[in-house]
Write a protein that binds this ligand. Structure first.
Ligand code: ZN
Length: 376
């Protein structure tokens, strides 16, 4: 029986039930060949998959700090595979590659772990190609599928897995954990969670990133003066804002270069190529997340105006801008605040449809300005 120490599982916060279930399976050598982890973004599905791999690979009981555990965490261990759809959906050729790989022997570890993200993005053809492997992988393989919502996963896939559910963390718990992990104040944690769409790990990353905090400061500065800005001001501000949003992407490039440098010694060609692919994917996602974050900050600020206008200051998320919020709250009507919030929703949709971020932000600022100027 493997003794599992706490460390790698420590990263999995606020998910006691899932963690206990998986640790018991690992300790009792009763790990299933296929899992489906289901839960909203930021609830720790990927972290749990890593912890489980640590429990299976690490000689020191998922210590979280040895070379094996560190390489699992950075997805550079040759027997730990993180797979994401290469296109809008998983395509058959990608699934064939995975199946081919699954049937190879482990390189270092006693077993191999495959983590497939966003499995709600299988289509019928790629799902059919995968079913047999999912049902009966080689004995040394564990397949972990991740999805946001159980109902979006094809039943043929879901029925072949043990389902583990990850639940949203209560706001007060999330705040306490952010404070504990970053040393931020309660108010800062609240603002960070609002910027991060209430996703706790993102809020923690936000507080640790000077660039992202600067981007938040930039949009707040614009919102505070938006009502008095002329058209030219708005365009210039939008351009500067986008520059601020892109700065953290450069930070991330630096971190990736460090990771690649550190990993160079022990990486095989195949794993290095995979890491490079992952880095590219991460950069694209990170840039998009930066824009999304700006929209979330805007939304939370407008919500603050709304709750202040209803005299519910305890619901304000951005205490640092409370003065400006109060000024708007004094004049804005509920329908106008809702109209302003609608502008942010439209911007989100445009980003999802790949409209240029510059155009989206400009249009959103002009739309919100119009509402703020006629706040009835
Ligand atoms: Zn270890």
């Amino acid at each position: 029986m493997i003794r599992v120490r706490a460390c790698a599982w420590d990263d999995l916060v606020g998910q006691k039930r899932a963690a206990t279930y998986l640790r018991r399976a690992a300790e009792g050598d009763a790990v299933s060949h296929a899992y489906l982890f289901v839960g909203p973004t930021g609830t720790g599905k990927k972290t749990a998959a890593r912890a489980l791999a640590c429990a299976l690979f690490c000689d020191d009981g998922a210590c979280g700090s040895c070379g094996t555990c560190r390489r699992i965490r950075s997805a550079t261990h040759p027997d730990f595979h993180l797979v994401a759809p290469e296109g809008v959906t998983y395509v058959v050729s990608q699934i064939h590659d995975v199946i081919h790989d699954v049937n190879l022997k482990p390189i270092e570890a006693p077993r191999k772990v495959y983590v497939l993200e966003s499995v709600d993005r299988f289509n019928d053809a790629s799902a059919n190609a995968f079913l047999k492997t999912l049902e009966e992988p080689p004995g040394d393989v564990v397949i972990i599928l991740l999805a946001g919502d159980f109902d979006d996963v094809l039943p043929t896939i879901a029925s072949r897995c043990q389902v583990v559910r990850f639940s949203p963390v209560a706001p007060s718990t999330a705040r306490a954990l952010v404070v504990e992990r970053t040393g931020a104040s309660e108010d800062e944690a609240r603002a960070a969670l609002a910027a991060a769409g209430q996703v706790m790990p993102r809020a923690i990353d936000f507080l640790n990133s000077t660039g992202r905090r600067n981007a938040r400061a930039a949009i707040m500065a614009i919102l505070k003066r938006l009502i008095v800005m002329d058209g030219h001001d708005v365009l210039v501000a939008a351009r500067e804002l986008l520059t601020a949003v892109r700065a953290p992407v450069e930070e991330m490039k630096g971190a990736q270069a460090e990771e690649a440098e550190e990993a160079r010694e022990y990486l095989s060609k195949g794993v290095a190529a995979r890491m490079e692919k992952r880095h590219k994917r991460e950069l694209t996602a990170y840039e998009r997340d930066g824009i999304t974050e700006i929209l979330s900050v805007t939304e939370s600020w407008l919500r603050d105006c709304l709750v202040m206008s209803r005299d519910m200051p305890e619901l304000v998320n951005n205490i640092d801008t409370a003065d400006a919020t109060a000024e708007v709250a004094a004049v804005i009507s509920v329908p106008a605040a809702l109209r302003a919030l609608e502008c942010v929703r439209t911007a989100r949709e445009r980003i999802a449809y790949n409209v240029s971020p510059q155009l989206v932000v400009e249009a959103m600022l002009f739309d919100i300005q119009e509402v703020l100027r006629c706040p009835r």
